[in-house]
Write a protein that binds this ligand. Sequence first.
Ligand SMILES: [Zn+2]
Length: 677
Amino acid sequence: MADVDQELQLAKLRVEELRSDINFHDYRYHVLDQPEVSDGEYDELVRELRKLEERYPQLITPDSPTQRVGGEPVAAFGIVEHPVPLLSLGNAFGEEELRAWHKRAAGLAEKERFDLVCEPKIDGLAVALEYREGQFAVGSTRGDGRRGENITQNLLTIKTIPQNLSGRGLPSRFEVRGEVFMTKGGFEKMNEQRAEQGEPLFANPRNSAAGAVRQLDPSITAQRPLDCFIYALGWAEGGTTPTGHLKTLQWLGKLGFQINPHIEKYRTIDEVWKNCQTWVERRDTLDYEIDGVVIKIDDLALQKRLGVVGRDPRWAVAFKFPPTQRTTVLIDIAINVGRTGSINPFAVLEPVNIGGTTVKMATLHNEDDIKRKDVRIGDTVIVQRAGDVIPQVVGPVLSKRTGKEKRFRPPRKCPSCKTSLVRPEGEVMRYCMNPACPAQAFRRMEHFVSRGAMDIDGVGEQLSLTLMQEGLIKDPADLYTLTKGQLLELDRMGEKSAQNVINAIDASRTRPLSRVLFALGIRHVGAETASLLAEHFGSIEALMGASADELAAVSTIGPVVAASVHTYFQEKQNRALIQKLQSGGVRMKTAAPATKDGPLSGQSFVISGTLAAFSRPEAETRIRSLGGSTSSSLTKKTDVLVVGESPGSKLEKAQRYETKILDDEAFMALLRQHGAD
Ligand SMILES: [Zn+2]
């Protein structure tokens, strides 16, 4: 008995040590951007911790790093579902794109003139604050737009967020949206104090603000100089709210919310463009960082009418400032073979700090681009970084040329399999067309196991490569027939690690269909398209059987994507791969399967027009998850017609048939009532 206790005590000490190490490295990596250990070493620490927690579940705490999942809200905070999604904004880089946005909006609005509101775009962390009966009730992060993390306790520490509101006609429940940020002054002062105390310094205000808001310990958040501007009303129930965006902000300002003082209303796009240019020059005069200007249509009814395309509202756009540029030396031009066989040249650079991030590599797009820009190896080049985009080489600094620079000679053969490269007519890329090319197979594998795809922890770049080199796997489906014995034959693979790999592979068998589709690496199918396809078709069989026309009929899926998906599933080896994955135990379930006996059982629904909060397949999935059935054509037997913006002829038909009609809000209320919003 004493031995068992002692073992547990030792495990506890080690667990605490590991957690503190992992948190330290997370901080170096995510906040400071100065990692101290390799990804492999980091993974090893996480693996050891996970193993100990498996053995001693009583040691698991909600704040353990193992409880975090990449990209998804951290469960330890608690999840908040956003009744109305927090949308992202489309970007406009430059005048042309800004005017194009306006022209499109004007076309849809069927008028040239409508008021536009310009707001400095704060570079911070988006949050949603819900008030009930005038009390601040729940605060959350944006998360993936639908689900965020509950950070109420942390937001309570921000003094510019009011806790109690009073006012006549205050809605009984409503949500405001804002941006949490750190002022430049507050940031510098904080770093000075940290320097005095010998603590590591933060890299920039944005990361510090984001890190502070997502602390599991609110007392740490409270020590950070955070601030918050409110920029929109998310939704409201029970009460009247203004009909214009600017009026809404002024009303919120009177209620006690902090509204940015530089918000202006204009009548024409010329005036808006002038405002954007002013901010390009004046951005440094502000005590907080801005990375652009947000332009919104003021009329809320018109906003609603224009609706949303994909994830971007049509009634707003983010004008982004020109990117940050620096010069450095181009050491070499190297080649990377993509998973579709494309030959991608990239720049190997002398490391340079651009806007707080160290850049060592940059994209060079393709050989024509290199030729056009006349970029030569050894040149001093201008490198730019804009937002989250991969850094790129703008061009050479000709005055720095010495004559010793070398021109880039595009490869004629695949650097991996030595097959002669092909450049299809009209394309700018060369391709390795060898289906058995090891580099392509490796890239596909790497993508398959990555986070966001099948997320097979423990099978990273290194192990994928080894397994392929050793001939243990040829394609992703082979992972599901790997045995522990095979793994143990590999160098430096112990009993413990082998079991971890097997467990991780096993866990990936339950990834939903959307993840599997993304993991397959079908050309043009990113994570969002994958979930759209999964939601719409509901099963891999239905998707594989869909014609190109049926695919193109899914809203927001264009003909190019449809053709790519269709072609992919027509190929014999791809169908064989799916089959092999299924017999390997990969389930490919949809996230919200239809329920036979739900609250909407026996009722048939048809949706017409554009809904504010969901795409049609998303809305249909929700109906089916509650047991209802959905159809695209309205008949006398249809029970309910849900109407969004511009419903078309179905509305008339439904009135004639006396079908029950729900508008957007009533439909949302119905979903909310059954917890499916
Ligand atoms: Zn090749």
